[in-house]
Write a protein that binds this ligand. Structure first.
Ligand SMILES: [Zn+2]
Length: 198
């Protein structure tokens, strides 16, 4: 009996260690990238005052319109827990829309497998689909990304993404609405590139 018990202990310890290291890795990636100047922000919006909003609605109105979890992310700039959203590991070809205003934000061919626990994209569907703002909360220097149409908080962009942009748009699943369609082939290529790196 004893060897079996030892084996069970070792197996359970290994599983726990893997889970912990994965979480640590995700945290490390996030922390490391926060101290760098973000290239997107400086190139496109050095003043942080870009206003391409076409759906300016008060938070009170949004609260009536949006489900509580979407409101929390979109208007209170919340963050869903890593590996809990429905799109972090989603590989289907199609388009990701803003859950608040249905504006198209990302194509699946701009998505890649970052394994950070949130859906990650290396480029938005178009330049105007996203707006940027500096975010110095929580003791970090980050660049917030918002919907170009309704200014819903989407997540943050970091400069540790894959080619060709080198960017990682780290987005909350809750604020995304997916529609299946074309655009899945390039996403697979991007995953392969990441795998080769490891
Ligand atoms: Zn929107």
């Amino acid at each position: 009996m004893r060897p079996i018990i030892y084996l069970l202990i070792i197996v359970s310890f290994t599983i726990t260690s893997c889970a912990n290291s994965q979480v640590k890795q995700a945290n490390t990636v996030k922390m490391d990238s926060t101290n760098k100047e973000n290239p997107v922000f400086s190139q496109q919006d050095p003043a942080g005052k870009t206003d391409t909003s076409k759906a300016e609605i008060s938070n009170e109105e949004w609260k009536k319109i949006l489900p509580a979890d979407v409101y929390y992310i979109a208007r209170e700039k919340g963050t869903e827990r890593a590996f809990t959203g429905k799109y972090w590991d989603h590989k289907e070809g199609g388009t990701y829309y803003c859950q608040a205003c249905r504006s198209p934000l990302f194509n699946s061919n701009g998505k890649f497998d970052s394994n950070c626990g949130w859906p990650s994209f290396f480029e938005p569907i178009s330049k105007g689909s996203i707006i940027y703002a500096p975010d110095n909360t929580h003791g970090m220097k980050r660049t917030e990304v918002m919907c170009g149409k309704c200014k819903a908080h989407l997540g943050h962009v970091f400069d540790d993404g894959p080619p060709p942009t080198g960017l990682r748009y780290c987005i909350n699943s809750v604020i995304l609405d997916f529609s299946a369609g074309s655009g899945g082939e390039k996403a697979k290529d991007a995953e392969k590139k990441i795998d080769n790196k490891q």
